[in-house]
Design a protein around this ligand. Structure first.
Ligand code: DUC
Ligand code: ZN
Ligand code: ZN
Length: 486
């Protein structure tokens, strides 16, 4: 009989607010002791010389999402979560997309049927509201927020899914009433539609025109509007997948005015540019995502946002489609025009190696900021803290061990997602996760899944503390946000 199931020994344990060399004892999926000379265990994992962090949380992921006629996402919940744990992420927050006319209950039932029992990481759904009927806003959302679906996203773009400003206000009002957190995809649909029309008249149809029909200004304008609409109703707002400095400045300005605005950016805005969409043989389709990757100046701006705290979240926006596949990027329609190319790129497995290598190894951020951006801030913002996002007694034993010395290129052949390519093929990375543990079970070791049965659970979440802070502090939200997220 041993004292514990597992002890992780001698690692440098890093949380968002402190770091120390110590042992971690785990029993029944929980962290039960931290220190030295803790006792005996069924397995002792020697983490000497390694970095031990809370399991990554990726709060922006799309899996098994209906994506148009004949188009199929490359990941189901089994492959998507396997890919996540191999990249050091043990909890994902995927979206559950309402179609017009659909009830949210109905759509959640479908997503749960796809996910339940198949996940290798823990999962917690956000909702995407595309049809804010009186029943959805007055009945369904209040009940679902009570049940732990405490965040919802709206689109300002995509005909058939975008909400008009008055609908956004009504949905924000519902978020305010129910205590849910609003996330907004900011791009101006009317401007994009106009630009697409002009491009099509001139037969400019290649993948690179995805970027020129969605220029920075349409994102900047919509970001400004989303923050302003949130101000009208007085709710916190998360601006997702920010791609450039102009949009980032809108978030900075909102924060400076004391608004509770949270910014998220993603690896594609640090590592890719619009030039990647300009590859021969329609290969630019591999990089089509919205907002599109921009330019070198935008990459620098996004890094600055990460370094200075304008961005609190670093997420993948994993939205995978196969490339060489009639159900993916090279669908019959997708080969005719950029506007029909399935929109999104894979990244749940490469998110953290990229942040570690480009951020920590290159000296842009320290280890504690890495933990905040990759895990803790997501847990805090979305109502999972302190169950997730921290290595502490009482928290779930979601733990990832990193080898800062391990280096090598990102290669499609080494990844576990369902896509047939990675946008980061050949990118040299220093620092890789070598072991992932989910609630005490080792699910990845030496870069490969251990073959453990899928033990991932769906997590009901608390309301975001940012919402509570916003409600209680009213006019001094900026300070509240610092307390909650930083
Ligand atoms: N928005 C996302 O958040 N992901 C993929 C496509 C999109 O428009
Ligand atoms: Zn989006
Ligand atoms: Zn997304």
């Amino acid at each position: 009989m041993t004292d514990f199931d597992t002890i992780i020994a001698n690692g440098l344990v890093v949380n968002a607010d402190e770091q120390m060399i110590c042992d971690i004892a785990i029993r029944d999926g929980l962290i039960v002791a931290m220190g030295t000379n803790l006792g005996t265990a069924g397995r002792i994992i020697d983490a000497s010389g390694k970095i031990v962090v809370p399991g990554g949380i990726d709060s922006h992921v799309h899996i098994s999402q209906p994506s148009g006629d004949g188009i199929v996402m490359a990941d189901d919940f089994a492959s998507g979560t396997l890919s996540a744990i191999c990249g050091g992420t043990t909890t994902i927050l995927p979206f559950c997309l309402q179609q017009k006319g659909q009830s949210l209950r109905e759509v959640l039932k479908l997503y749960h049927a796809e996910a339940d029992g198949k996940c290798h990481a823990d999962v917690s759904f956000h909702l995407i509201v595309t049809d804010p009927t009186p029943n959805v806003l007055g009945q369904e959302l209040p009940a679902l927020v009570e049940e732990g679906y405490t965040s919802f996203k709206v689109f300002m773009t995509y005909e058939g899914m975008r909400l008009y400003d008055d609908e956004i206000l009504a949905t924000m009002d519902c978020a305010r009433e129910t205590g849910a957190l609003m996330m907004v995809h900011c791009e101006n649909e009317d401007a994009i539609r106009y630009l697409i029309g002009k491009h099509e008249e001139q037969a400019r149809l290649e993948p690179k025109y995805h970027a020129t029909t969605r220029p920075q200004v349409v994102e900047r304008e919509a970001t400004h509007r989303a923050i302003s609409l949130a101000e009208v109703v007085d709710v916190p707002v998360v601006i997702v997948h920010v791609s450039n400095g102009a949009a980032m400045q809108e978030i900075r300005a909102g924060k400076a005015r004391g608004r509770a605005v949270v910014g998220e950016t993603c690896p594609q805005y640090l590592m890719l540019t619009a030039d990647d969409l300009d590859m021969a043989e329609w290969e630019g389709a591999k990089f089509v995502c919205s907002p599109p990757p921009r330019d070198a100046e935008s990459q620098i701006a996004c890094w600055e946002g990460i370094e200075t705290g304008v961005f609190d979240l670093f997420s993948s926006d994993h939205c995978p489609f196969r490339y060489d596949d009639p159900h993916g990027k090279l669908s019959p329609e997708g080969q005719k025009s950029f506007r029909w190319i399935p929109n999104g790129i894979p990244g749940v497995e490469t998110r953290l190696p990229i942040l570690f290598s480009e951020g920590v190894e290159k000296g842009r951020i320290d280890l504690q900021r890495f933990v905040a951006l990759s895990s803790t801030n997501h847990a805090k913002l979305y109502g999972l803290y302190p169950r997730k996002g921290v290595i502490a007694v009482g928290s779930d034993a979601d733990i990832v061990i990193w080898d800062a010395a391990k280096s090598g290129p990102i290669l499609q052949s080494g990844l576990h997602h369902g896509a047939d390519y990675t946008p980061y093929e050949g990118l040299h990375v220093k620092g890789w996760p070598i072991l992932s543990m989910l609630r005490g079970s080792v699910v990845m070791e030496d870069g490969e899944p251990t073959g453990a049965a899928p033990v991932g659970q769906h997590l009901a979440r608390d309301r975001s503390p940012l919402v509570n802070v916003a409600r209680s502090l009213q006019s001094s939200l900026g300070e509240g946000l610092q307390q909650v997220v930083r």
